[in-house]
Each structure stands twice: as C-alpha cells, then as structure tokens.
Design a protein. Structure first.
Length: 233
C-alpha cells in the first residue's frame, strides 16, 4: 500500500531515556522495602550495556537502579520500553497525566508498535546500541502501588499492551531524540502480545511461543516447554 505524505507513520524515536533511584515505599515486597520504579527523564547521554545474569545483574542503563533483582533486571530484562501512544491511551482512560517514566520504563518511544513487536526483533537505537525484544512486562504489586490505581494489575493485564523487555546485543550510548530503526524481524509470528497472553491469561497459547526459539525470554521458553511436556502441543 502506498501512503501519501499526510498518511506517513510517525518517525520511530526515543522521546526520553528514564532513570530511577532507590526509594523506600510501603507497597513493595522487596526485602528492604525499596524500589527504583520511579523513573525520570534524563538529558545527557546514557551508556547501555548487558548487565549480566538475572539475580546478579541489574539494569542495563548506567545510573538506573533495580532494587528487587529476584524479579527485575538481568540480561533478558536489561531495558524496558513503553510506547507513548499506549501511555496516552491509559492517560485518557485514567483521567490523569502520565509523564514519561511513569510506568517505570527506561525508554519512552514514539512511532513503534511494541505490542505487535516480534520476539527476537532487533532495534538499532542511535548509532551504536543494538537491542533485541524478549518479552512483555508482567505487572506486579509494586507497579500497582506506584501508580496508586485500584485493580491495576488486572486492568493492565486485560489491556494486553505491556511494553517490551529487551536484551543488549551491542552496547552504546543513547539520549532522548535518538532514532530507532528495526533492523531485523524474525520469520515467525510470536509477538509481544502473544507472549504476554500466553504467560498470563491464556496458557493454552504457550506451545506457540516455541517458534521464537532462544530469542524468547528464558522463563517463557521454560514455561512453554513444560506445558508441551505435560499437555502436548
């Protein structure tokens, strides 16, 4: 299909790069009662690199804090991206402003369909950084407490637009305004939306995740293999 200039999709780019500092809160089950979910945009360049395995490595972004490494951070969740378009949709539904970083995301993007992104899809961000999509974000109690919205975990899950976790394939510096280019789309149909539904509300979809292979977040891959071993494909 050919689009006229007035119908072109918006340029894919970073609206902001967001970093969080540890703070004590009453709504987390992290042993020390601290979270880094409250992220704020930063002006300068930020170095992004593979942080190492989950439980040992934290955030992929220099200067960003991950407090609960049992569930967050690590090489397969090094970076969390959220589309501004999805956040605007939530802002209208909730009747409140949601500044960049409100969802605890490291990257606030525009022009990217994160829900429809393929597992294993690769993004070149700025001139250096290469990221790979691994999974959607599973909402938790800390996320609900941070936003202070009733039934937030259930509502976020029902909407099914969870943003995307990414691993770092090639490190680099990024900053707000950097372009994002999709440089690889794998030959399967396992989207972030499908992966998210399979691990949350529709576990009968788990066998379909196997088509994404090792690009899939290891926990989702293990869940899919266990389901197939129990129930078959």
């Amino acid at each position: 299909m050919t689009y006229r200039a007035s119908m072109r999709l918006p340029a894919m780019r970073l609206l902001s790069v967001n970093l969080g500092r540890a703070e004590a809160v009453p709504y987390t089950d992290q042993p020390e009662g601290r979270t880094g979910i409250g992220k704020r945009p930063t002006d300068g360049p930020v170095r992004v690199a593979d942080p190492g395995p989950k439980g040992v490595g934290a955030s992929g972004l220099a200067g960003d804090t991950v407090c609960d490494m049992r569930h967050h951070g690590g090489e397969d969740q090094a970076v969390y991206a959220m589309a501004r378009e999805d956040m605007d949709d939530w802002a209208r539904e909730l009747g409140r402003e949601l500044p960049n970083g409100s969802f605890g995301e490291n990257l606030t993007t525009t022009g990217l369909d994160l829900t429809g992104a393929l597992i294993g899809e690769r993004w070149r961000v700025g001139p250096e950084l290469l990221l790979e999509v691994t999974s959607g974000r599973i909402p938790c109690r800390t996320f609900q407490g941070h936003l202070d919205e009733r039934r937030w975990v259930k509502r976020f899950t029902e909407k099914g637009a969870p943003g995307a976790y990414l691993r770092v394939l090639e490190p680099g510096e990024i900053r707000a305004g950097d372009p994002v280019r999709i440089v690889h789309r794998p030959a399967h149909e396992v989207t972030v939306a499908l992966q998210f539904r399979a691990v949350t509300t529709q576990r009968e979809l788990l066998p379909r995740l196997l088509a994404a292979g090792p690009a899939l977040h290891p926990e989702s891959l293990a869940a899919a293999r266990k389901y197939v071993a129990q129930y078959g494909a």
